[in-house]
Design a protein around this ligand. Structure first.
Ligand SMILES: O=C(O)c1cc(=O)[nH]c(=O)n1[C@@H]1O[C@H](COP(=O)(O)O)[C@@H](O)[C@H]1O
Length: 275
């Protein structure tokens, strides 16, 4: 099934805009997993199995696996999600961006090796660097627009002059060209951080109902009400509100997966209050 189709179905089926980020950090795992040879996989699988009816997507972050030499666990985890929780899309958070010939290999990595339904990408090398991903009409192409970190303003807020002579912040130009020129297959989405709700609202006004991936809730302190009010689409959806640490490490005892489920449920319900 196409990424956009499965995302829309998951929004409705689970009545949820929550994306759980899978960012394993073994030092924070519960004691009973510390001795396992396969702790990364077992930890993430338990989180997934405890939350799959409450989410619209999962977002494994590739560096968290690669730094641990756990790419194999990432492959098995994504295969597990597809097998046991079909219809819940998986976004590989890799933030790739490179010249076209190399980008083709990154697309193969994300979609063939890992079996992801969508991938995060950095658009700053320009359209040709994204083309191998845009060509995959069945896959989601999720482009950084206004990121959640404090330094987002250093470059993304600088004013630029577009081809019509209008002056606007760079992130708004990025949003406009992606919506107008790059989204021919309607497979694009944008990353807009929860910590910048005003900019999130500006992006929503520019891109119609394009999905927005919104990290920065939970550990980074973003405000749920401001995110939903500024970012929702006309039909009260349009958002993948992502949280990793606040869900994964809600508990660190034997019942960590149940604690993660409770945190996911609470986030889902607080989001739904403002839709
Ligand atoms: O693309 C992302 O997912 C992303 C973009 C962004 O602007 N900010 C951001 O925090 N992220 C990712 O989202 C996750 C946030 O984790 P928590 O702060 O623990 O919820 C991390 O995996 C980040 O790499």
């Amino acid at each position: 099934m196409h990424f956009m189709q499965s995302l829309h179905q998951a929004w409705t089926r689970n009545n949820s805009l929550v994306c759980v980020g899978l960012d394993p950090e073994p030092a924070k795992f519960p004691a009973h997993l510390q001795d396992s040879n396969d702790a990364v996989f077992e930890f993430c699988r338990a989180i997934v199995d405890a939350t799959a009816d409450l989410v619209c997507s999962y977002k494994p972050q590739i560096a968290h696996f690669a730094a641990l030499r756990a790419e194999d666990a990432l492959e098995r985890l994504i295969a597990h999600i597809h097998a046991k929780h079909p219809g819940v899309p998986v976004i590989l958070d890799a933030k790739r961006g490179d010249i076209g010939s190399t980008a083709q290999h990154y697309a193969t990595e994300a979609f063939e090796r890992y079996g992801a339904d969508a991938v995060t990408l950095n658009p700053y090398l320009g359209r040709d660097s994204i083309q191998p991903f845009l060509n995959r009409a069945d896959k989601g192409v999720i482009l950084l627009c206004h990121t959640s970190n404090p330094g987002a303003a250093d470059l993304q807020d600088l004013r630029v002059t577009d081809e019509d002579g209008n002056s606007l912040p760079l992130y708004q130009h990025v949003a406009k060209i992606i919506a107008k020129d790059w989204n021919g297959h309607r497979n694009c989405a944008l990353v807009t951080g929860a910590t910048w709700p005003e900019q999130l609202g500006e992006v929503r006004a520019l891109v119609g109902d394009m999905p927005l991936l919104v990290p920065g809730i939970g550990a980074q302190g973003g405000d749920v009400e401001a995110v939903v009010r500024n970012g929702r689409s006309a039909d009260g959806a349009g958002l993948l509100i992502s949280s990793s640490r606040a869900i994964l490490y809600a508990g660190n005892g034997a019942d960590f997966a149940q604690a993660a489920r409770a945190a996911t449920l609470e986030l889902r319900d607080s989001i739904n209050r403002y839709r």
